[in-house]
Design a binder for this molecule. Structure first.
Ligand SMILES: Nc1ncnc2c1ncn2[C@@H]1O[C@H](COP(=O)(O)OP(=O)(O)OP(=O)(O)O)[C@@H](O)[C@H]1O
Ligand SMILES: [Mg+2]
Length: 367
C-alpha cells in the first residue's frame, strides 16, 4: 500500500490531523504525532475510516443536488420577476402593434411610477402625439393644396372657355365674324390667363428669396419712389416723418405696396392715403381709402386666394383675386403681418408691420 499521507508535524506543533481519500479505500482520518522535538524523532500515525455522512462522495452528491436546486430556484425567480417586469412592456407592444397610419389617436397604457418602463410609455405616448400632430398638419396642408389646385384650375378654365367659344364661333361663321374684334377679344382672355399664371408663379416664389436678396432700405423712400411712378385716377397723399429702415426684398415690398394701392384706387371715392411710421420695434405702413371699406366678417377672407367680395366684378373680368394673398405671403416671408381694418374715413385700411432694423426680435406680431 502506498503511504496514506506525507504529513510530518513540525517540532513546535507535534500533532497534525489530516484527512486523505484513496480510491477503493474511501476517506481516512489520520492523526500524525511527533514523539520528540528532535529533528530525527519518529512520527506515529493513527487513522480510521471516515464514516457516514462525512464521506466525500455523499457530500459531493449532496452539494451537487443543493447547487442544482439553487440554480433552479434562481431561474424560477428570474423568470417570474422578468415576466412581471415585462408585463407592461408587452401591453405597450400589443397596443403599438394595432396603431396604424389611419388612426394615430390611440395611446399606450402608462404604468404608475417613474421607473424605466413608465418613462418608456410616456416617451412612446409623447412621440405618438407628435406623429399625430404632424399627420394632422400634413393633412391640412394637403387639403389646402388640393383646394388651391382646384381653385386655380377653375380660375384658368373661365377665360379658356371664353377663348374657345369665341374661336369656335369664328370658325363656324367666318362670314359673320369681324376678325379684328375676335382677335381683340381673344387677347383680353389671353391677358387674363397670363395675369393669373404670373400671379400664381409669384405666389409660389415669394418664400424662396435668399438672404442675399434682402437689403436694408428706407421704407419712406421706397414708398415715395413707387407712388411717384404711378399714374392713377385718384390722388395719393403720402404722410411720413423720418427714415424708417427695414431689411427686405425690395421688389417684393414694392409689389405688396402696388397691390394695396391698386385695391385702394379701385375702391376709393376721392383720395388714397399712404403713411409710414414706427411703433415700438415695428415699422408700420398703412394704405387708407375712403371707399365703402371691407366688412368686418370679410377682413380675413379677403386674404384667401381668389376671393372677390364685389359680385359686380365677375371671374371673367376684374382682378385675379390673388392681390391680397400675394401681399400677405410677402409680409409673412419678411416675418411681418398684414391686416385689414377700417380707415378714419370709414373706408378700408390695410396695415403692414415689419420689424425695424436694429430692434430685437426677428418677427412682427399684430398689436
Ligand atoms: N381697399 C379695398 N376696399 C374694399 N374692398 C377691398 C379693398 N381691397 C380689397 N378688397 C376686396 O378684397 C378682394 C380681394 O382683393 P385682392 O386684391 O386679393 O383681389 P382683386 O383686387 O380682386 O384682384 P387682383 O388684386 O388680383 O387684381 C377684392 O376683390 C375686394 O372685394
Ligand atoms: Mg387687388
Amino acid at each position: 500500500m502506498p503511504p496514506l499521507t506525507s504529513a510530518w508535524p513540525a517540532p513546535g506543533d507535534p500533532e497534525e490531523d489530516v484527512q486523505t481519500c484513496l480510491p477503493h479505500l474511501g476517506c481516512v482520518r489520520l492523526a500524525a504525532l511527533r514523539i520528540k522535538a528532535a529533528a530525527n524523532s519518529p512520527v506515529v500515525y493513527a487513522g480510521r475510516l471516515a464514516a457516514g455522512v462525512t464521506s466525500t462522495g455523499i457530500f459531493a452528491r449532496l452539494f451537487g443536488l443543493q447547487d442544482g436546486l439553487l440554480v433552479l430556484l434562481a431561474a424560477l425567480a428570474t423568470w417570474k420577476i422578468t415576466g412581471r417586469t415585462l408585463k407592461p412592456v408587452n401591453a405597450i407592444r400589443d397596443d403599438l402593434a394595432v396603431i396604424n397610419g389611419d388612426d394615430l389617436s390611440s395611446r399606450v397604457p402608462e404604468p404608475q411610477g417613474g421607473d424605466e418602463v413608465a418613462r418608456l410609455a410616456r416617451t412612446v405616448n409623447a412621440t405618438l402625439g407628435r406623429i399625430e400632430e404632424a399627420k394632422l398638419n400634413r393633412d391640412a396642408v394637403l387639403a389646402q393644396q388640393r383646394q388651391f389646385v382646384s381653385d386655380a384650375s377653375h380660375e384658368l378654365r373661365t377665360p379658356l372657355a371664353g377663348l374657345r367659344a369665341e374661336l369656335e364661333m369664328g370658325q363656324l361663321h367666318p362670314e359673320d365674324t369681324d376678325l379684328n374684334e375676335l382677335l381683340a377679344s381673344a387677347l383680353v382672355d389671353v391677358d387674363r390667363l397670363e395675369a393669373i399664371i404670373t400671379d400664381l408663379l409669384l405666389l409660389a416664389r415669394v418664400g424662396t428669396a435668399g438672404p442675399a436678396d434682402r437689403t436694408s432700405l428706407n421704407l419712406t423712400e421706397l414708398v415715395q419712389e413707387e407712388v411717384s411712378q404711378r399714374c392713377d385716377r385718384l390722388p395719393i397723399r403720402v404722410g411720413m416723418a423720418m427714415p424708417v429702415r427695414v431689411t427686405c426684398v425690395r421688389v417684393q415690398i414694392a409689389r405688396l405696396l402696388k397691390n394695396l394701392l391698386d385695391n385702394a384706387q379701385r375702391h376709393s371715392r376721392s383720395l388714397v392715403e399712404v403713411s409710414v411710421r414706427t411703433d415700438g420695434p415695428f415699422a408700420e405702413l398703412t394704405v387708407d381709402d375712403d371707399g365703402c371699406g371691407i366688412p368686418v366678417p370679410d377682413r380675413e377672407r379677403v386674404f384667401e386666394r381668389f376671393t372677390r367680395l364685389d359680385t359686380a366684378r365677375s371671374r371673367g373680368h376684374g382682378g385675379t383675386g390673388l392681390g391680397l394673398a400675394i401681399a400677405r405671403e410677402i409680409a409673412h416671408a419678411h416675418g411681418g403681418t398684414l391686416e385689414a381694418g377700417e380707415s378714419p374715413s370709414g373706408g378700408a385700411r390695410l396695415l403692414l408691420r415689419l420689424t425695424l432694423d436694429g430692434s430685437p426680435g426677428a418677427t412682427a406680431t399684430p398689436g
